[in-house]
Design a protein around this ligand. Structure first.
Ligand code: WQD
Length: 324
């Protein structure tokens, strides 16, 4: 039996592929290589280079392999770009999952792990300091988050109609690298943005120091990408052995770190002294976004094991190898 991993040449996908392979799974990877990099995949991994929008090619993958489960990570994920090009995000992310789920239905494949995002929560209206549970209302504030939620809505409906079993993993802030060659190649999130500034001899900017948090900067839940990979395997095994219908599960650490705390860790790990510039608040940033992780522990038997130091150290090792 074979797992299909979409987006398997991407930053997160490649970690999932490597872990699944090393635990003895048969795999096929589907990736359009728009942001994925084929050299992330070992030579013995079969890569089908196609877009999910090409439903004939997608169906062919199912025709040609005995697929028993699908881990769906392929997606566009740049929040800013999604604001500029919402139609493109709908086409890629919603059209993509729609074709994939139709192909699964046609071929009687039931096990589905979906890469969702904490972006589905938007700016949650929770009491200060409260953790985000899976019951926190979903109200995305950008097209990226909206398309991730659309994917949940469709997969939930297909689970309710009896077609599939779904674990939707709502990732919080993913960073780090399992090994340096698999690191994030793009400069879109806090850790690589800070590395990039330091490399240019510039100081990073803190987007607001007047939030009602302990040090005034925003708090996020940073989860190590290798822990996230572990969560995917646990999620597929959970879906295979039980009948969850549709279940959304937060994937985080349950511990928040402020922007200043991340900067202090980066200074410590890199040895480069940081004296950040205090900038304006960034539009749409919630003060704090930290996962309640009880459900992942209960259902998947999974919890994160790597801390912020491991995240920053591994991200820095990857950064030093090169980036885009
Ligand atoms: C982290 C914190 C910033 C840059 C985004 C998406 C989310 C998910 C993960 C994909 C925030 C602060 C940042 C800088 C700063 N994406 N910051 N200076 O916005 O929490 O989440 O990535 O799946 O959907 O929205 O992540 O890395 O942009 O920011 O002070 O130069 O760092 O304000 O508090 P974010 P981020």
């Amino acid at each position: 039996m074979t797992w299909l991993i979409t987006g398997g040449a991407g930053y997160i996908g490649a970690h999932v592929v490597e872990l699944a392979k090393s635990s003895g799974r048969n795999l096929v990877v589907l990736d359009d290589l728009s942001s994925g990099i084929s050299s992330r995949l070992r030579n013995d991994i079969e890569l089908v280079e196609t877009t999910l929008l090409d439903s004939a090619s997608v169906n062919r993958v199912f025709d040609e392999h005995k697929i028993s489960g699908v881990l769906h990570l392929a997606a566009k994920k740049r929040v800013g770009e999604s604001v500029e090009r919402p139609d493109y995000y709908w086409q890629e992310n919603v059209g993509g999952i729609q074709n994939l789920l139709s192909a699964m239905k046609t071929h009687g494949v039931k096990n589905f792990v979906y890469s969702s995002s904490a972006a589905v929560y938007g700016q949650p209206d929770v009491l200060f300091g409260a953790l985000i549970t899976e019951e926190t209302p979903c109200a995305p504030i950008n097209p990226y988050g909206a398309t991730k939620l659309e994917g949940e809505v469709l997969s939930r409906a297909m689970a309710e109609s009896g077609g599939i079993k779904v674990a939707a993993l709502r990732y919080f802030n993913v960073a780090g690298a399992g090994r340096a060659e698999l690191g994030d190649q793009y400069i879109f999130n806090l850790v690589p943005i800070v590395f990039d500034a330091l490399e240019r001899g510039e100081q990073p900017i803190v987007f607001g120091n007047d939030y009602s948090t302990s040090d005034g900067s925003c708090i996020r839940d940073y989860v190590h990408v290798q822990d996230l990979a572990d969560a995917h395997i646990a999620a597929m095994e959970f879906v295979e052995k039980s009948d969850p219908g549709f279940t959304a599960i937060n994937i985080g650490t349950g511990q928040g770190a402020s922007v200043f705390e991340v900067l202090a860790m980066i200074q410590d790990v890199t040895g480069i002294s940081i004296d950040p510039i205090i900038g304006e608040r960034r539009k749409g940033d919630p003060a704090a976004l930290v996962a309640d992780v009880r459900l992942s522990k209960e259902l998947l038997g999974w919890q994160s094991s790597r801390d912020l130091r491991a995240i920053v150290t591994s991200a820095w090792d990857a950064w030093k190898l090169g980036h885009k």
